[in-house]
Design a protein around this ligand. Sequence first.
Ligand code: UDP
Length: 239
Amino acid sequence: TAGAKPLKRVMLKISGEALMGPQGFGLHPPTVERIAREVQSVHEMGVEICMVIGGGNIFRGLQGSAQGMERTTADYMGMLATVMNALAMQGAMESLGIHTRVISAIPMDQVCEPYIRRRAVRHLEKKRVVIFAAGTGNPYFTTDTAATLRASEMSCGAIFKGTKVDGVYDKDPEKHPDAVRYETITYDEVLQKHLKVMDASAIALARENGLPIIVFSLDEPGGFRGILAGKGTYTRVEG
Ligand code: UDP
């Protein structure tokens, strides 16, 4: 199974692109709702859920800076994009009747709560889904690092990274039909082989804190719940 013992609290990391559905950009409400249902089915198991959603569907800092914008400005725009995604997901979760809180690394009191660790823990204990927005609050980072940081702070048992494919492959499975999926792989191998699991700072932080990363397909209906119940295919990064 994904965990030796049942996991009490987990982090789900999804990219902003996961929310754009068949569109090339932005938010696709039916897709947001579908993902909210996937989270709901895990919430029903009694698992405490943290979420981090990227912002790449709306804005990516590096691309902005490549177009002549200052990197830090572009990164702040990227962080703001994650807040929009978090609010969209909160709306979808609450319409399913799941109490959800958005907590931002950059305070914006009229929009959501500021990040206060003990308060976030309390929400989780009360079985509220907590969506951590605005990344780490710092430029030059990614939401993968934010997910790893918050998962460490919240003492999550693992990070679940929902992607388009059901794990980590030795080469891009969308381009190479003979690509082989790893059942398990170490943090060091991911770094040495430059495998696109998470960026290097996120992998290093997960390694330091002994936080397993489970890469699975978010396109597979019931996939998230299945893996928590010990079914399905995925890659486990640890060791
Ligand atoms: N970002 C940042 N600091 C953070 C997290 C995100 O500056 O701690 C910015 C960065 O510009 C990044 C953008 O927000 O490109 C969107 O985040 P990310 O690329 O991680 O989103 P994803 O690829 O998961 O959709």
